[in-house]
Design a protein around this ligand. Structure first.
Ligand SMILES: NC(=O)c1ccc[n+]([C@@H]2O[C@H](COP(=O)([O-])OP(=O)(O)OC[C@H]3O[C@@H](n4cnc5c(N)ncnc54)[C@H](OP(=O)(O)O)[C@@H]3O)[C@@H](O)[C@H]2O)c1
Length: 378
């Protein structure tokens, strides 16, 4: 017997070149009854991630690609509304690959993670304390290793990952330089996110972009936070200082290619050797065991007012395709999310109070002081 209808977005066509809206189709099917060992997630938020373009191509990647006809892949936050799983309770709020749909039947509890809404708001687990914030946090700590006085360039400088990385290194005392699509966007993100300089790439040759970057980075480049790859990244090659670090985070600049073997440009071995560059790819999946460290640190930075962020939320599964293309066109003002339902805080069994304590180090300090004064009084 079925009780609820599930609306979803199906992937129906591999893109030729850049993806177009006809790769998606809306659909509806009954939610199946659960079998033993399964639980049902009501999806509350979906994340519109640029990396999903990579899943549309039938080529080797760090994540599985989506088959034509399948529900489009994607990460989300959802709440368990039914459970026949021995370890999963109704009401739990979880983060996982629930795909572009309203309800998701899950079998393996390890495939998703219970979150604590006291430590961070549910939507933040897809943005500032989640996928985007953690990517910035681990790439900076493990690859970029910024030092005061250094210059960091961020491609897709207005992206959610980019603005978090830029704010974090700015606090250390680095010069931050963004690469974005247009001059208008360059002015906007400089004002909004505190970049020292911002240059535009759209319509420019590699040499023109290099000349603009040279002016924006008078002391050369020590760190490149690379969200794009492709021609944009080639424009930095002659500007690196000795021992510069390059974190390869994303491939937005080559997302229009059917096959990444078509990504042809100047080879970088000569510069890598001569300047002793360190270039390393970073995939957030690898950091799952350390995710709590990043969530707590990021939540505390927000609490202390050291980290700003924004979310751009549209509502309804029927608006997911438009939200996805809005993000690819760079029209999103903050992490692009799609909201499908509210989280029901009243049924969440997570220890929310402990989450709040972890988020607020001041609160912890206050609590310790309070306990100390009680001891003295006794
Ligand atoms: N490695 C990992 O584990 C991991 C995890 C999460 C995210 N990422 C990567 O981090 C990057 C940012 O992700 P996000 O979620 O923060 O993005 P986002 O907030 O959705 O922003 C995407 C931005 O990318 C820019 N863009 C779009 N197409 C572009 C193109 N063809 N060339 C250059 N820039 C383009 C647009 O800005 P403009 O208007 O300025 O072009 C757009 O605003 C992506 O590369 C993503 O794949 C990696």
């Amino acid at each position: 017997m079925t009780t609820t209808s599930n609306h979803f977005v199906r992937f129906v066509k591999r893109p030729e070149g850049a993806p177009t809206p006809d790769v998606f189709e809306l659909g509806e099917a009954p939610v199946p009854e659960l079998k033993d060992g399964q639980f049902l997630i009501k999806v509350c938020y979906l994340s519109m991630d640029p990396a999903l373009v990579g899943r549309m191509r039938a080529e080797s990647n760090y994540a599985d690609f989506v088959e034509v006809g399948e529900i489009m892949h994607g990460y989300g936050i959802g709440q368990v509304i039914r459970s026949r799983h021995p370890k999963v309770k109704v009401g739990e709020v979880r983060l996982g690959q629930f795909n572009m749909q309203e309800y998701c039947v899950c079998s393996d509890a390890e495939d998703s993670t219970q979150i604590n809404s006291g430590l961070a708001e549910p939507s933040w687990y897809l943005s500032v304390t989640g996928i985007t914030g953690m990517t910035a946090y681990f790439a900076l700590n493990d690859i970029c290793k910024p030092k005061a006085g250094e210059t960091m360039v961020v491609s897709a400088g207005g992206s959610s990952v980019g603005v978090i990385a830029a704010q974090m290194v700015k606090q250390i005392g680095c010069r931050t330089v963004a690469i974005v699509s247009t001059d208008e966007k360059a002015a906007q993100i400089k004002a909004e996110w505190g970049y020292d300089a911002a240059v535009s790439y759209r319509g420019k040759s590699v040499d023109q972009l290099q000349a603009d970057l040279e002016k924006a980075c008078p002391n050369g480049i020590d760190i490149y936070f690379d969200n794009t790859s492709g021609d944009i990244s080639e424009a930095l090659l002659d500007l690196y200082n000795d021992y510069a670090r390059i974190a390869v985070i994303g491939r937005l600049g080559i997302a229009h290619l059917n096959d990444t073997r078509q990504d042809i440009g100047r080879r970088d071995n000569n510069v890598t050797l001569a300047k002793r560059l360190t270039k390393k790819g970073m995939v957030l999946f690898d950091y799952k065991p350390r995710s709590m460290e990043a969530i707590v640190q990021l939540a505390r930075m927000i609490q202390r007012g050291e980290l700003k962020f924004s979310e751009d939320i549209v509502e309804g599964i029927e608006n997911m395709p438009a939200a996805f293309f809005r993000m690819l066109e760079g029209k999103n003002q903050g992490k692009q999310l799609v909201k499908l339902a509210d989280v029901d805080a009243g049924i969440d069994p997570a220890p929310v109070v402990i989450g709040k304590l972890l988020r607020s180090s001041d609160m912890l300090t206050g609590l310790v002081a309070k306990l100390g004064s009680r001891k003295k009084a006794a």
